[in-house]
Design a binder for this molecule. Structure first.
Ligand SMILES: Nc1ncnc2c1ncn2[C@@H]1O[C@H](COP(=O)(O)OP(=O)(O)OP(=O)(O)O)[C@@H](O)[C@H]1O
Length: 664
């Protein structure tokens, strides 16, 4: 939900400067939320309180947060609210809120969202377990000790009081409080942990998400059931749009279901108000569900972006697999054109989109959606799909017109949610990821044991006693880590985002040989590994790219997918693991992982990166060739990465063996 600067605490001057800039910056509410690093999340642990386990956070987190908070409150008081538009509350109001227990920084940025509420205290909840993890939050199942109700607590990450993080968090809260509809997740309250300063959003607890249900073997949706889910999605969106809110991240894992099959739109972390004069960022919506105008760089789009995503979901529910699973933005655009046709000349002319010069094809692509889907999707659904997936946004209609379409008014009618089968086990994308991760760990554990047994059969007999062994291992890790000091993002990222150029981003477990001056450029990825999540469907176990739209993420995903394709397994556990730590958070300072990543080499002796400087075929607009080249480069990179990894593994094993020899 927010962005965290991983490079430590800013100075006060920096902070004031940033705040001042932001209060005048036109894009300030909508700047690219994914562009900022995030820091390690404090671990959640239990502390006893009588017989109950109540919420608590890590001590370290507490300290840093409290000092940051104090600093920020002062600064906010100096420079005024970050979002004056959002915090038009009188001083009396403000004081009353602070007296009521709300932190003054929160009153400053999200005053209106607190109206009529008192902060809940952390010790009135019993934490049960973690049920979800997003880029900006950890989500826990918990019991409200006052009502005995089971709730979901979303612990918001906005560490270091980074102003961007605070603004995004504020925006999500403000939007959530403005919305009130049975098909929109309701914010029930906010917990402020006095001890740690942490903040939790309280929601009703929901059992399933659409991706989780759809990818459960044995669950097959009937047509009435699909109608029921899509209708609820459209009703929820209709409400959002009527309140001037764009969701901007509609996808299966953000559509939660209660046990009675009531669907609720969740995760408003990327949502925004649509009637703004300021330009909006185009780097939103998870790639597979992202409409063409955003890929083309539009900054004045509207509610129709959510309708495109809805179309993708509608098709996915019928076919059982993602409709447009592009691995990169280029590929995504191409998939869209091939299926939905390319826009008219008139559209290109009038829309004047930023990336039109790169993506405008030389010839018009003909639309073949109906032909492609006619055997999988019934006619009335296809008619609605044709509208929702119109390549020109003006032709997508509205949520209300979609709700009046034949799809909902003809037999079989949408089921009543409560008449649908009840699914007992919670089924979420997160649960699937956990299961897959567990299976992967088991497989990896088994193969590691075999390898270790082979390689260290002699050494293992002579290992020291446990404590000494631990020291030895730490020292090995430290010594291995000493060569891994340079952050690739700092060292090789001087030119920033250059149009459609992209670099292959470091992959965990894939590294390069040392660079020309002999030092390894190995470092845990962090700043540019951002948001992502595995998208699972019944037939496809593939990977969804980051929704931040960064080329880094996209290409990383491409590589990962490619690896899955190459090993012929179609199994993307590695990729899911990569995407599970998309924040680069958890292992940021883990020296054992720090040697895992680097930037891949590309020709010319500079082995540290592949720089697909772009556009790949600039100006010519030959998308086919661009894609071919693009595909070739991805394959090359994957092969090189694999061979580099093999070399490096051998190297490390050799070094470890010699260090263990020395340690004895
Ligand atoms: N009310 C809820 N009940 C049950 N599970 C929930 C609830 N809210 C969120 N979750 C789970 O937690 C996950 C993360 O929540 P959410 O998407 O709101 O956080 P985020 O940090 O914005 O994540 P993302 O990076 O996916 O956008 C969800 O995918 C979902 O599985």
């Amino acid at each position: 939900m927010g962005c965290i600067c991983s490079k430590g605490v800013r100075t006060n001057d920096d902070y004031i400067e940033t705040c001042k800039k932001q209060s005048t910056n036109h894009e300030n509410l909508d700047s690219d939320k994914t562009s900022v690093n995030r820091r390690n999340e404090a671990t959640f642990r239990l502390i006893p309180n009588g017989n109950k386990n109540v919420l608590s956070d890590d001590e370290e987190d507490k300290e840093s947060f409290v000092s940051q908070k104090e600093a920020t409150v002062k600064l906010l008081d100096n420079v005024g609210p970050l979002q004056p538009r959002m915090s038009r509350i009188g001083n009396g109001d403000r004081t009353a809120k602070v007296v009521a227990g709300w932190p003054s920084w929160l009153v400053s940025v999200a005053g209106e969202a607190l109206n009529g509420w008192l902060p809940r205290s952390a010790d009135s909840f019993e934490k049960l377990e973690m049920i979800g993890q997003g880029t900006y939050s950890n989500v826990y199942r918990a019991r409200d000790l006052q009502t005995n109700q089971i709730v979901a607590l979303k612990k918001v990450r906005f560490a270091n009081m980074d102003p961007e993080s605070v603004r995004f968090m504020a925006r999500e809260i403000i939007i959530l409080r403005r919305l009130n509809h049975p098909n929109v997740m309701k914010l029930q309250g906010i917990i402020i942990s006095k001890a740690s300063g942490s903040m939790y959003l309280v929601f009703e607890y929901l059992y399933h998400d659409l991706t989780g249900l759809a990818s459960t073997p044995g669950i097959k949706f009937s047509q009435s059931q699909i109608k029921c889910y899509v209708k609820q999605l459209l009703l929820g969106l209709e409400h959002c749009h009527s309140c001037g809110v764009l969701h901007r991240d509609i996808k299966g894992s953000n559509l939660l279901l209660d046990r009675d099959n009531n669907l609720k739109i969740a995760d408003f972390g990327l949502s925004t108000f649509c009637q703004r004069k300021q330009p909006l960022t185009s780097r939103v919506v998870t790639l597979w569900y992202r409409p063409p105008e955003l890929l083309l760089g539009s900054t004045d789009y509207g509610v129709t972006v959510d309708l495109w995503s809805t179309g993708c979901i509608l098709a996915e529910l019928f076919t059982g697999k993602p409709l447009l699973p592009g691995r990169t933005e280029v590929e995504q655009m191409h998939k869209i054109f091939k299926l939905c046709g390319s826009p008219s000349e008139e559209y290109w002319r009038r829309s004047r989109l930023r990336h039109a010069a790169i993506f405008k094809p030389q010839h018009q692509y003909k639309r073949c959606l109906a032909d492609t889907c006619k055997d999988l999707i019934p006619p009335s659904a296809l008619a609605l799909l044709e509208v929702l997936l119109a390549v020109e946004p003006e032709s997508r209609g509205t949520t209300s017109s979609a709700l009046q379409s034949e799809f909902f008014t003809t037999r079989p009618f949408p089921s009543e949610p409560s008449s649908l089968p009840r699914y007992h086990q919670p089924r979420k994308e997160f649960d699937i990821k956990l299961r897959e991760e567990e299976a992967r760990r088991r497989r990896k554990g088994a193969s590691n044991k075999q390898n270790e047994a082979k390689r260290f059969s002699r050494e293992s007999k002579a290992v020291p006693a446990p404590s000494a062994n631990a020291e030895l291992l730490a020292s090995i890790q430290k010594r291995l880590g000493e060569t891994n000091q340079t952050s690739v993002s700092e060292k090789f990222n001087p030119e920033g985002d250059s149009g459609f150029g992209f670099r292959i981003e470091p992959l965990e477990g894939i590294t390069t040989a040392p660079n020309l001056n002999g030092s390894s450029q190995l470092r845990t990825q962090r700043s540019y590994v951002q948001r992502g999540g595995a998208q699972l469907s019944r037939f496809s176990n593939s990977v969804a790219p980051n929704r931040d739209g960064s080329q880094f993420g996209s290409v990383r995903d491409a590589l990962v997918s490619q690896r899955c394709l190459e090993d012929g397994s179609g199994n993307c556990n590695l990729s899911q693991r990569l995407l599970e730590k998309p924040n680069g958070l958890k292992k940021e300072d883990d020296s054992s992982s720090s040697s895992k990543e680097s930037i891949l080499g590309y020709g010319g002796g500079k082995r540290e990166r592949i720089h697909y400087s772009g556009p790949l075929i600039p100006g010519e607009g030959n998308l086919d060739e661009m894609l071919k080249e693009h595909e070739r480069q991805i394959l090359l990179a994957v092969r090189r990465a694999q061979s580099d990894k093999a070399k490096r593994d051998d190297n490390i094993q050799g070094r470890r063996a010699s260090l263990m020899g020395n340690g004895r």
